[in-house]
Write a protein of this length. Structure first.
Length: 202
């Protein structure tokens, strides 16, 4: 297990369109990362995961007091975070002002068996569909594919309404075998979509 405290990951680029994943942090295989007071900002990937990317059975990220902001996945999914056959746990996080070419401006959760647990998190002002994008980009804040599981506990999003059709939604899921659990069932007050300040978000 790798662990870190008071860490800033900023200004990195993984440029290759096919293999450039995890502009700030990349985990694969059975890697495990536990981090407290982690900021991942202003990173870019050519492929998935502008800020963070985790892939592989047994890969696990547990992140406490997390800020993920202004990251870009310029040719694919998960502007802020992309997880695939992995487990993500975030306690007290802000995922804001990230963008991607296709799906999941803030968070992309992909492939059956992938799990995300989000507690006391803010998703704010994330975007999909970069100017060169084609097709139908989905899930500005969160995008989930079939067979994934997400628990949202006391989190602040523009809406808790989940869409299964169309494009450019706040939260998107591909269908019935996706599990989304919201605790409590009502959303905290929503925030303005104004430009994010990464210094203090209260």
């Amino acid at each position: 297990m790798e662990s870190a405290t008071d860490l800033l990951v900023s200004g990195n680029t993984a440029t290759n369109v096919s293999t450039g994943e995890g502009g700030g942090i990349f985990l694969s295989g059975t890697s495990t990362l536990s981090a407290t007071n982690l900021t991942v900002s202003n990173n870019t990937s050519g492929n998935n995961g502008g800020g963070l990317r985790a892939t592989g059975t047994g890969t696990n990220m547990t992140l406490t007091n997390l800020l993920v902001s202004r990251n870009t996945a310029s040719n694919s999914d998960g502007g802020g975070i992309h997880i695939d056959v992995a487990t993500l746990t975030v306690n007290n996080g802000t995922i804001a002002a990230n963008q991607c070419y296709d799906d999941g401006g803030g968070l992309r959760i992909e492939t059956s068996g992938t799990t995300a647990n989000l507690r006391n998190c803010i998703f704010w002002n994330n975007a999909v569909g970069l100017p060169t994008a084609s097709g139908s980009p989905t899930g500005k804040q969160i995008s989930m594919t079939t067979g994934t599981s997400v628990t949202i506990n006391n989190c602040n999003l523009p809406t808790l309404t989940v869409s299964t059709t169309g494009n450019n939604q706040e939260i998107y899921t591909t269908g019935a075998t996706t599990t989304l659990t919201v605790e409590p069932a009502t959303s905290p007050p929503t925030r303005s979509s104004a430009t994010v300040s990464p210094g203090i978000i209260a």
